[in-house]
Design a protein around this ligand. Structure first.
Ligand SMILES: C[S@@+](CC[C@H](N)C(=O)[O-])C[C@H]1O[C@@H](n2cnc3c(N)ncnc32)[C@H](O)[C@@H]1O
Length: 494
């Protein structure tokens, strides 16, 4: 296992080559034509729709304004406002297909989910822009469609880690399309068709518009039915108030579900996630780092993935190096505290019942999106790992990865993990070592958060109660993370 954690120079080289291509795309339009839509579909896909739209608007509008500043006539406010207005309109119309894709695509199955973007791009460019006098003649419909479809498909494959056979099959026509496009084939084809191209392009654009509308209707009807909490009595039976320990039950008020305790405490369920957070949960270090996760939630998976690829490491081997330490049997109930975006769930058998708790709503929203993508189910909770909303001995397996170093109260979080684990079960705590925090986190864009810490991070071996059995600490091969396991004794603890 440890050997697979050696960097592979070839995959590292490939990762750097691809990254360079994307950087070059900002400076050379021939490359940017391809990499721009890919980056856009990716970026907007990582964000909540409104935030993605506004950021893209800023990325689009400000450079457009700067590039065209010469056109900014100083001959009076009228033309200036006209120019500003038109630039804004062009920017909005340029971005709407990305937002449309962000809204519709997650609700569509398989390859169908790659189509909203290219359909919307063609419909917007060919049908909506010319009447507003903000686009050139529709002379490049086919390349436009294919370049956009290529971008959406590549991101679809990226989100599935290029892993299934169907994906490999889908990749082939796009690889061929890319190769042909590289030789200007589509432009030549378009030029050949040009005399008759206007009516053809317009007809094609109408077909695209009809397709986009059809997909939107399909997405609305296919919104997906989630189990309500009233339909999960066995799960609710394991819940308790993190403050008083009183049992909870579900009530529905005004069409919304809430968890209510016998003493009248209320815990709302928002977007299918019971919310146990209290203001004091977000004080101290918990609050400080929560802010970070709220900002990076959408990028968390991809930055980690890109970082590992640029270092040439095998990501699966990294996850398996600690997930393989768990003792998981088919049908087990498994809890991850600080589940984040759910990346570790992929390394568990499909037959287990998954639960995850986290302090950050943004991380949980992305966890829900990941679970939909991987066709997995899990009960998710918004709460503090230092006071869990579960009854004693609820889970066969309890583990934690990657957050505890910076908890307000690590000892309390460990005691809580032990409390909710069934007697005899093995618990796992894994996190980065001081070497990683110093070498990577402190040097990254969020480095200021990690500097001036009270003490260096350390594996919390001393915080594991002495009654625990088989306490074992292992340091990962590169010395950058630790894995601490211990067993809860079979007999009840005092
Ligand atoms: C580095 S991420 C790890 C996510 C996931 N376990 C993984 O391995 O990909 C750390 C997570 O810990 C969560 N977290 C931080 N403090 C927490 C607390 N007191 N209770 C619950 N979760 C917390 C953050 O919101 C974040 O999602």
């Amino acid at each position: 296992m440890q050997d697979t954690l050696r960097p592979n120079r070839w995959s590292q080289l490939l990762a750097w080559a691809i990254a360079s291509l994307f950087i070059l795309g900002f400076f050379f339009s021939r490359i940017g034509t391809w990499t721009g839509p890919i980056s856009g579909v990716w970026f907007v896909g990582t964000q909540k729709p409104r935030r993605g739209f506004l950021w893209m608007l800023a990325f689009y509008f400000i450079p457009s304004l700067l590039i065209g500043w010469r056109k900014f006539p100083l001959s009076g406010p009228g033309p200036a406002f006209h120019y500003l207005g038109m630039t804004l309109l062009v920017s909005v119309l340029g971005i709407l297909p990305f937002t449309f894709h962000r809204l519709v695509s997650p609700r569509l199955p398989g390859l169908l989910s790659t189509l909203p973007f290219p359909l919307a791009v063609v419909a917007f460019k060919i049908l909506i822009s010319p009447p507003l006098h903000i686009a050139a003649a529709p002379s490049a419909t086919i390349p436009l469609f294919l370049i956009s479809w290529f971008a959406a498909t590549l991101i679809w494959m990226w989100n599935r880690e290029f892993k299934t056979a169907r994906i490999a099959l889908a990749a082939l026509p796009f690889a061929a399309a890319y190769a042909l496009a590289a030789y200007g084939f589509f432009h030549r084809l378009n030029a050949a068709l040009l005399p008759a191209s206007l009516p053809i392009a317009t007809a094609f654009a109408w077909v695209c518009l009809a397709g986009a509308i059809a997909l939107s209707i399909f997405a609305i009807l296919n919104a997906g039915k989630h189990l309500t909490w009233a339909e999960r009595p066995q799960t609710v039976a394991l819940l308790q108030s993190p403050a008083t320990g009183n049992p909870l039950h579900v009530v529905t008020e005004g069409g919304r579900e809430t968890l209510l305790s016998s003493s009248g405490e209320r815990f709302p369920i928002r977007n299918g996630i019971p919310t146990f957070l209290k203001p004091e949960d977000l004080t101290g270090d918990n609050g400080k780092y929560n802010h970070l996760y709220q900002v990076i939630g959408g990028f968390y998976d991809d930055t980690q993935r890109i970082f590992i690829a640029l270092k040439g490491f095998n990501r699966d081997a990294y996850f398996r190096s600690y997930m393989s330490l768990l003792e998981v049997k088919p049908g087990d109930s498994v809890l991850e505290t600080s589940v984040g975006t759910g990346l570790n769930f992929k390394y568990l058998p499909r037959s287990v019942k998954l639960s995850g708790l986290d302090l950050s709503p943004e991380m949980l929203v992305n966890c829900q999106a990941n679970l939909r993508r991987w066709e997995m189910n899990a009960d998710l909770y918004l709460g503090n790992a230092e006071s869990l909303p579960f009854t004693d001995s609820s889970f066969d397996v309890v583990f934690h990865v990657g957050g505890i170093n910076f908890f307000n109260d690590r000892a309390k979080a460990i005691r809580e993990m032990i409390r909710v684990a069934k007697p005899g079960s093995l618990l796992l705590i894994a996190d980065e070592t001081e070497k990683h925090v110093k070498g990577v986190y402190e040097k990254g864009p969020g480095g200021y958060l990690y500097k001036n810490r009270k003490a260096p991070v350390s594996a919390p071996v001393d915080l594991v109660p002495p009654e625990m059995l088989e306490i074992h600490l292992e340091i990962g091969r590169t010395g950058e993370w630790y894995m601490l396991t211990f067993r809860k004794p079979l007999q009840a603890l005092e």
